[in-house]
Design a protein around this ligand. Structure first.
Ligand SMILES: [Zn+2]
Length: 65
């Protein structure tokens, strides 16, 4: 794949840590599925939609999966 174009994407927001997970997702459904995998029992999360100016992905290169 080429570099990701600038577009909206999704991050998991862990309520406990009050920060966004580093991993970005193309769809809310993917992010939700991953969050459910990662979440500890009772751990709360929300899925945040972010724009191209994402503070998590930032200027760093996004490596391919
Ligand atoms: Zn991001």
């Amino acid at each position: 794949m080429d570099r990701k174009p600038n577009r909206h994407h999704f991050h998991i927001h862990w309520s406990k840590n009050q920060r966004l997970d580093w991993e970005g997702f193309d769809t809310r459904a993917e992010a939700t599925a991953r969050a459910i995998e990662l979440a500890a029992p009772g751990e709360m999360f929300t899925i945040e939609e972010v724009s191209a100016t994402c503070s998590v992905c930032g200027p760093k290169a996004v490596s391919a999966n």
